[in-house]
Every structure is written in C-alpha cells, then in structure tokens.
Design a protein around this ligand. Structure first.
Ligand SMILES: Nc1ncnc2c1ncn2[C@@H]1O[C@H](COP(=O)(O)OP(=O)(O)OP(=O)(O)O)[C@@H](O)[C@H]1O
Length: 321
C-alpha cells in the first residue's frame, strides 16, 4: 500500500453566505484507506466530499487528488474518475438498471461489448440478480436500488469512491448486508473510500480510519479502536456513547486476526466447534459462552482448518493499542 496521500485538504475553508461550513480544515487520506467522516448534522461532512470531487470550490486552501491541485483539472473528467454515491441514490427513472450502471462507461465511450461485460461483472460482485438488469428503478426495493447506486459508482473502476450517507434510508437488515459487501469490496479492491455518516456505530464497523468532525473542523482522527479507547474530549465521548464499550471493541477485530496454530490433540473428548476466520471476536465469544467451550477451531471459506482461538485470545482484544 502506498503511503502518499491520495486525497489532501490543505487549510481549506468554505462559507455559504454568513454560514461558515468548513474552517481551516486539514485532511490527509492514504491510498487504500476506508476513511469515515462522522459528526452531527451540519458539521460539514457533505461539503468535504463535494469539495473532493469539485462540486464545491473552497474559498481558501487547496484540495489535492492523486497529488494534483484539483482547481487546475477539468472538473468533469475528475468526477468521472471518482465514484460518488448519495443517500437518495439518484438513479435515472426512465433508464433500466443496466443502463443506469453503465452511465459512466457510456460517457467515456466504451464499446458496447465491453460495457455489457462490465455491467454483468459489477452486478455479480454486488449480488444484483441478473433478472433485475432490464427492470426500471421503481420496480426495485430500496436496498436493491442502493446496490445499483453503488454498482453505478464502481462501473468505470474508479480508484476513489465517495459515499454520502449511502445506507441511511435502509432498514437495518439491508443496511448490515450492504455494509458487509462494502467492507469485502474494499478489502478485495484496495480502493480508497471516503464515507460520510452521522452514525458512530456504522463508522466503527466500516472504517480503517475515522475522522470525527464538529462545526466544520476535525476534532479527532484515528483508527476505530483509538477513538473508542481514547476519545479526545467530552464531545467525542458523548458522540460515541460509552455503553457496551468492551463488546464494541470485540466487534472491531476478526477471529482471523487472533488465530494461532491448533494445540488441541486430535480425537479429544469433545468434537471441535468451528467458527469462520471472518467472524468478529464478539461472535466467537458468544459461541464459546453458548456452547461452554474455552476454544474454537477456526476455518476459512473452504472449510479448511486454519488453527484455533481460545477465550484468552478473545479477551486480550483491548490490549492491542
Ligand atoms: N449549498 C449550500 N448553501 C447554503 N448553505 C449550505 C450549502 N451546503 C451546505 N450548507 C451549510 O453548510 C453547513 C455544512 O453542511 P453539510 O451539508 O456539509 O453538513 P453535513 O455534516 O453533511 O450535514 P448532514 O449530516 O445534515 O448532511 C450547514 O450549516 C449547511 O446548512
């Protein structure tokens, strides 16, 4: 992973009339990060996203994308090179799902065969049923429409994806499913994602890096566990909510991160109970408590044994920082 920032805001300020939306903001996002901007309504999160894709120009300061000052770039080309997903989706109602997904490749003049292949590929990656491709947006559920919105943003394979409260209007089940897809997609693709939410739990679940904002400024930036364990002030603490802190920490790490070589002798009295490497430590602890076991076998997606995890490995979760 590159260590040079792919997105930088250098002392950026922006006012709308008498309202100061962003004040002297400094932000640096590494390539490959899943960066979540979180903060109360009106703190300037959306304005930051819209400055990154040149929909809003700063009054002061410089925005750099891929090392270039974006005020010197063609804004239309810049926007085509960056995926953008918003809460209300904004699918074109009179275009089919397939045509919606193909928006940017068509604007870029790809040939028909390449576009069709790409639509099929990206629909499969986001688990959009191929039967939906000839339909119109209004014939889809909210969750399906949001998947199409994400597919459209990814169709031309941008290295940067901006997402403004993309899942805010979804029911909890669709929301959790899409969060899971997005995390997997980020891990597999290495894309840089900048995601806006006012929901701290969503931020903790998704981010590699969290930026807590208030009143147009950055209050604290760091890894999710840092923010949870060491909130910088009463504002961050209040925004986090302190209930269930130990369990929320267990949600942040996966079983795979704590797996070690198996020590349990084969053929021991108890049949081993297995858990997937991608499960959270919280899920591992729950399974141990339910089944009265102090260790679990760990398997990969092919059901192959990777090692084991013991209750002490799970409870050591807070020691990392
Ligand atoms: N186009 C605009 N014209 C006037 N004021 C604006 C405009 N865009 C944003 N603002 C103001 O700038 C401030 C920051 O808005 P912004 O939308 O960036 O906040 P936010 O944190 O994304 O909020 P929310 O979570 O409610 O979307 C707010 O006071 C907002 O009213």
């Amino acid at each position: 992973m590159s260590l040079s920032p792919i997105i930088e805001l250098q002392s950026v300020s922006k006012s709308f009339g008498a309202t100061s939306a962003i004040e002297n903001l400094v932000l640096s996002i590494e390539a490959g990060a899943f960066c979540v901007l979180v903060g109360p309504s009106g703190c300037g999160k959306s304005t930051v996203l819209r400055m990154i894709n040149a929909m809003i120009a700063p009054d002061l300061g410089v925005v750099r994308v891929r090392g270039q000052n974006i005020s010197e770039l063609d804004p239309i080309e810049l926007r085509r090179s960056i995926g953008y997903v918003i809460q209300s989706v904004g699918l074109f109602p009179h275009w089919t799902v397939a045509a919606n997904i193909a928006t940017v490749p068509r604007l870029m003049g790809w040939d028909k065969v390449k576009i069709a292949e790409r639509v099929e590929h990206i629909a499969a990656a986001l688990q959009i049923d191929p039967a939906l491709l000839p339909r119109y947006p209004r014939q889809l559920s909210g969750g399906q429409q949001q998947r199409v919105g994400v597919a459209r943003a990814l169709a031309a394979d941008p290295d940067i994806l901006l997402m403004d409260e993309p899942f805010a209007a979804l029911d909890p089940v669709s929301r959790a499913a899409l969060q899971g897809e997005l995390r997997r997609l980020h891990k597999e693709s290495g894309k840089t994602i900048v995601f806006v939410t006012h929901d701290m739990n969503e931020a903790l679940r998704l981010a590699t890096h969290i930026i807590v904002m208030d009143k147009g400024r950055v209050i604290q930036a760091g890894a999710p566990a840092d923010i949870l364990l060491r909130p910088r002030d009463a504002f961050v603490e209040g925004f986090l909510g302190r209930e269930d802190l130990p369990l929320r920490l267990l949600d942040l790490a996966t079983v795979g991160e704590r797996t070690r070589p198996a020590t349990t002798a084969a053929g021991s009295a108890d049949e081993p109970i297995a858990i997937r490497d991608t499960a959270s430590l919280r899920q591992a602890l729950t399974l141990m408590l339910e089944r009265h076991r102090d260790r679990l076998a760990v398997e990969n997606e092919r059901g192959e044994l990777m090692g084991e995890i013991a209750v002490a490995d799970v409870l050591g979760a807070g020691d990392a920082g």
